[in-house]
Design a protein around this ligand. Structure first.
Ligand code: GRG
Length: 288
């Protein structure tokens, strides 16, 4: 599929962060992407992609791109590619062979609604689509596209999300210490969040040194996000959470400390990071 014509329509100079909220920009781009994919799995991809996620990863990409003064419309496709990978991971995570969940975001999981084989294939297709989108993203140089492919592969692959998911599965039921739990979280959740942050930097032509600072920010905010997830998931009978290992107060303090450390890395970057800092606070202090 050639996604370029449709996505180029989004390169409207009047579409600034003032006139279009980031969540709307992401929704519009995802819609444009789905309109360009016409195959038997499109309905399933739409069900999974448009079911009401918080969109935290693509919003991080847009906030970082904004910090570097990049046109937001050039960040929309990479941001959505990351959301698409996140969506595939949730579909596969819900399958009977993994977490075996019947509901996600208040709706039947994809395999409950459409069948298990369909859910596996929808996940596979989303993962493939994400990389096609990066390879053809409008308004970027070939070098930027290659860097984006590399960053997303690292965040979602064996050293990132997939590797973290395997470690998590292998550790289930066994009591593990904080160091092991942290490694799992950093890979399973933190790596894709870090990729989202780095993607914004790549779109904004960040230097190597600036990307290193963004990576530090991403890793810390990713871990803080997951720690908050543990805090919000108190009912979960999982004995491998921060809450179980450290107690509620210490867990909450750990999330705050990571947030504080994360934003110090942003102060070393040029530009006004106040919107990104505000968003980072929202992520860590969220209630859902
Ligand atoms: C199957 C390869 C593979 C990986 C699965 C993401 C993941 C890895 C599993 C989901 C289970 C889980 C609770 C992971 C912790 C990360 C997390 C909090 C995911 C949910 O992300 P949100 O809160 O979800 O951003 P929404 O619904 O807002 O998109």
């Amino acid at each position: 599929v050639n996604l370029l014509p449709q996505l180029n329509n989004l390169q409207d100079p009047t579409m600034t962060s003032q006139t279009l909220s980031y969540k709307e920009g992401i929704a519009e781009t995802l819609d444009a992407i789905l309109l360009q994919t016409d195959n038997p799995l499109t309905e399933m991809m739409r069900y999974a992609l448009c079911g009401g996620g918080k969109r935290i990863r693509p919003r991080l990409t847009l906030y970082v791109a904004e910090l570097f003064g990049a046109p937001i419309e050039t960040a929309c496709t990479p941001a959505c590619a990351i959301e698409i990978v996140h969506t595939y991971s949730l579909i596969h995570d819900d399958l009977p062979c993994m977490d075996d969940d019947d509901f996600r975001r208040g709706l039947p999981t994809l395999h409950k609604k459409f069948g298990e084989a369909e859910a596996v294939l929808t996940g596979d297709l989303l993962l493939t689509l994400a990389f096609e989108l990066l390879a053809t993203a409008p308004g970027l140089t070939d070098r930027q596209r290659t860097q984006l492919v590399q960053v997303l592969a690292q965040g979602s692959g064996g050293e990132g999300m997939v590797g973290g998911q395997l470690l998590d599965i292998q550790a289930k039921g066994k009591p593990h210490d904080l160091a092991e739990l942290q490694t799992i979280h950093q890979k399973k959740t933190g790596a894709l969040i870090t990729a989202a942050v780095l993607a914004g930097g790549i779109v904004g032509h960040a230097s190597k040194e600036q990307l290193a600072l963004l990576q530090q920010f991403g890793q810390k905010i990713g871990l803080a996000f997951q720690i908050t997830d543990d805090l919000l998931d108190k009912e979960e009978e999982d004995n491998a959470t921060y809450l179980h290992l450290m107690g509620e107060e210490a867990t909450s303090l750990a999330a705050d400390a990571l947030l504080k450390e994360a934003v110090t890395h942003l102060s070393e970057l040029p530009g006004d990071s106040s919107s990104l800092v505000k968003f980072a606070h929202q992520l860590v202090h969220r209630t859902v």
